[in-house]
Ligand binder design. Structure first.
Ligand code: 5RP
Ligand code: MG
Length: 209
């Protein structure tokens, strides 16, 4: 079944905890987003894991170097998954995987800004990662780019990874992503910036499950 990952990017810790409490039945993975990590560091990961131990916690660290060292920090804090950038050196991705192996955790490679997707997916899959994330970031969303075509391309070229997709997905567009197919649908602003975030989370969950 498709999973729903809620990306908490620009909320205060207390507001994030309150929102997750309200939507916990509709979401599978709690993402401590990159801006949230900049604001709160691993405290947010520790708090969310403590309050919601039954959920998977993803730390959107977007690691670019020192893979093993940085990934280990996230797992010690309680993350189940951390993210590393697909544009970085394979050595960094391998380092993250070393840490993941040591802690029995997972790694997601975020494909944001990767240009030659087929080539990089083949390399990444030969290293043996768990998740590959199709991602159009907020700055690219602002000029009208969506991850839908990139998801279709990823479905064609990926041989064995679990696929997640992120980039401005909301209750109106989620059905398009379901049609193409992914293991994890990631939604940030489509829930947290909605007039009624609880209703938006529920509508998305209903559509993908
Ligand atoms: C940006 C991110 C966001 O968490 C991701 O894009 C999901 O948020 P949204 O649904 O608002 O795009 O990692 O780099
Ligand atoms: Mg994120």
């Amino acid at each position: 079944m498709m999973k729903l990952q809620l990306a908490l990017d620009d909320l205060e810790l207390n507001d994030a905890l309150a929102l997750v409490q309200k939507v916990r039945d509709d979401i599978d993975i709690i993402e401590v987003g990159s801006p949230f990590i900049i604001e709160e560091g691993m405290r947010a990961v520790r708090e969310l894991k403590k309050r919601f131990p039954e959920k998977l916690i993803l730390a959107d660290t977007k690691i670019m170097d020192a893979g093993e060292y940085e990934a280990e920090k996230t797992y010690i804090a309680g993350a189940d998954i951390c993210t590393v950038l697909g544009v970085t050196d394979s050595l960094t991705i391998k380092g993250c995987l070393e840490a993941a192996k040591k802690y029995g955790k997972k790694v997601m490679v975020d494909m944001i800004c990767v240009e030659d997707v087929p080539k990089r997916v083949a390399e990444i899959e030969s290293i043996g990662v768990d998740f590959i994330g199709v991602h159009v970031g907020v700055d690219q969303q602002a000029v009208g780019i969506t991850p839908l075509e990139k998801l279709a391309e990823m479905k064609k070229v990926s041989k064995k990874s679990k696929i997640s997709v992120a980039g401005g997905i909301n209750p109106k567009t989620v059905a398009d992503y379901k049609k193409v197919g992914a293991d994890v649908i990631i939604v940030g602003g489509g829930i947290t910036h909605a007039k009624d975030p609880v209703a938006a989370a529920h509508a998305i969950a209903e559509k993908i499950k």
